[in-house]
Design a binder for this molecule. Structure first.
Ligand SMILES: N[C@@H](CCC(=O)N[C@@H](CS)C(=O)NCC(=O)O)C(=O)O
Length: 223
């Protein structure tokens, strides 16, 4: 299979942050791809055949091979296309993977914040989220991105989190988000990148609010 022959199709759910990681990676690398949206509540019958865990994203290659798990999909895209977005140094690469895994933990924590249906639940979930954001401020030196000026897969992994967090913060401020100037500067630099800014559709905010409203989320009304 030669690189130039590969045709990519990303199976997506419109507001999924994990899909967005791969959209960002493909856009940053200027790789053509098809984006196929499905309704996760009523997935098409073919979806179970291509997604072993029933989750998006799935990357279909040439209409046949299907890959799942956003971090794995992104590393695959990175291995087969240029410019490479992971460090050439194995130690640095391992460090990047560890922070990418932490970004997934943070997305889970943010999901619980966004889904909280009462004040006590929201405060508890926000406490967990910001306890998990704390290590970013203490251990990372984004300048302005994860790896200086070089965009990396760690940036692609964190950008969907920062997008949602900044949206929520603008609607209903989280005092602790103001305690992380380095992390927020990183978020700002990332959200300004065209590959990130264009990685969600124009109705993203409304779609997110509608999805949260369906779950009885306290924050939905603020969005
Ligand atoms: N670890 C997975 C998480 C993907 C994930 O949870 N996707 C959600 C949508 S944002 C999903 O497909 N949920 C459907 C389900 O859990 O049944 C990844 O990084 O790709």
């Amino acid at each position: 299979m030669t690189l130039s022959a590969m045709r990519f199709e990303l199976i997506s759910f419109a507001i999924c942050p994990y899909v967005q990681r791969s959209v960002i990676t493909l856009r940053y690398k200027r790789i053509d791809f098809d984006l196929t949206h499905i309704d996760l509540a009523h997935p098409p019958s073919w979806f179970r055949d291509v997604s072993p865990l029933g989750k998006v994203p799935v990357l279909r290659i040439d209409g046949t091979t299907a890959l799942f798990e956003s971090a794995v999909i992104n590393e695959f895209i990175d291995e087969v296309t240029e410019p490479r977005l992971m460090s050439a140094d194995p130690v640095e690469r391992a460090r990047e993977r560890a922070w990418i895994a932490h970004a997934s933990t943070l997305l889970g924590a943010l999901y619980r914040v966004m889904s909280a249906t009462d004040r006590a639940g929201l405060d508890a979930a926000a406490g967990v989220l910001f306890d998990d954001i704390d290590p970013l401020e203490r251990f990372l030196e984004p300048a302005p991105l994860f790896r200086g000026n070089a965009f990396s897969l760690a940036d692609a992994a964190f950008a969907p989190l920062f997008l949602r967090l900044e949206l929520m913060h603008a609607a209903r401020p989280f005092p602790r988000w103001n305690d992380y100037p380095k992390t927020r500067a990183w978020a700002k630099a990332l959200l300004e990148l065209p590959a990130v800014a264009g990685s969600v559709g124009p109705s993203f905010r409304e779609d997110l609010a509608a999805s949260l409203r369906k779950r009885g989320s306290l924050l939905a009304a603020a969005l």
